[in-house]
Design a protein around this ligand. Structure first.
Ligand code: GTP
Ligand code: MG
Length: 296
């Protein structure tokens, strides 16, 4: 039997750096949702990729920033915890942004843990600026390697992936070879709908909004019936989701259904409705219990 290699790679970085885009690019499928808005990823999501004898378990994490709300604090904690748990840490940096203070702060907070630096979105800036940014990070002895990539186009991603494979310890694969994420289908489907909520409503979307899959019923012919609640914190937020004459929720439901069908490859019957729950803080406790976000 040939030797197997398997390990965990934490992808850390500021919100919007492109962490989920990178995980999806390496896995080759959308396991984690992507939007132009910050704080899209709220929980740790595993993306599982195979390269020869190597199984890479990529930990997509919420973006790291200075948190205010309880939920934000839990998200940032999850990200740092993932960094501690991983065999190898990739710090992903959006090179198209103006300021890098947040990235320097993250490096300091991570202590001496060895880091692989991935300068992302190279498709957006000129090479001279890129070299200058790279030089600014050369001061850190814990940065073992630097890659220049575009998670969106895939440019440079193969080199990074090959390097990650070389860092994986020898050991049996943790997941079956056809598994690409640890998210159960219900949670994945809720994420796909949340992606459309963010994309369609952008800044109008109330922060507390989340999606709960109440029913996931697969049929013999391959189709699946999905009932989901868009949960908001107050009655006054309902009209934002519904839109005039329910047009907004209809549009979101149609787009989420099409995306699920595209990714699953079979018909989806999606029923979306709005629910008001004012015990949002208790929900965070439920998330803790489910292990979706870390303790504390
Ligand atoms: N041009 C360009 N855009 C990118 C690249 N990588 C990601 N993006 C875009 O950047 C935005 C944020 O990408 P995400 O993958 O959601 O970023 P994230 O780091 O997961 O963000 P959070 O989950 O909010 O922390 C999206 O609009 C992506 O399409 C890249 O290499 N080039
Ligand atoms: Mg993300």
């Amino acid at each position: 039997m040939t030797l197997q290699y398997c390990g965990f790679v934490a992808i850390l970085g500021e919100p919007n750096a492109g962490k989920s885009t990178l995980v999806n690019q390496i896995v080759g499928s959308k396991v984690s949702i992507v939007t132009p808005k910050v704080q899209t990823t709220r929980r740790r999501i595993l993306g599982i990729a195979l390269r020869g004898d190597h199984q890479l378990i990529l930990m997509d994490t919420p973006g790291i920033f200075t948190p205010n709300r309880q939920m934000e604090k839990a998200m940032v904690k999850t990200a740092y915890q993932s960094g501690r748990d991983a065999d190898c840490v990739v710090l992903l940096i959006d090179v198209a942004q103006k300021k890098f203070d947040g990235c320097h702060e993250i490096i300091k907070k991570l202590g001496g843990k060895p880091l692989i630096l991935a300068l992302n979105k190279v498709d957006l800036i000129d090479p001279i600026r890129l070299l200058k940014i790279s030089a600014d990070f050369a001061q850190y002895p814990q940065i073992t390697d630097t890659f220049m990539i575009s998670a969106l186009t895939g440019d440079g991603v193969d080199d990074l992936t090959s390097h990650l494979c070389k860092q994986m310890p020898q050991g049996p694969w943790h997941y079956p070879e056809d598994q690409i994420t640890d998210l159960p289908m219900r949670l994945w489907a809720a994420e796909i709908t949340r992606e459309q909520l963010v994309l369609q409503l952008r800044h109008e979307l109330p922060y507390e909004t989340y999606v709960e899959t109440e029913k996931w019923e697969p049929f013999d012919n391959g189709s699946v019936k999905v009932n989901q609640a868009v949960v908001v914190a107050r009655d006054a937020q309902k009209p934002i989701i519904l839109g005039k004459k329910g047009q907004q929720i209809k549009n979101i439901s149609m787009k989420a259904r099409l995306e699920m069908e595209r990714l699953l490859g079979h018909p989806v019957h999606l029923l979306l409705f709005v629910k008001v729950t004012d015990d949002w803080m208790n929900k965070i406790n439920i998330w803790h219990e489910a292990g979706i976000i870390s303790e504390g």
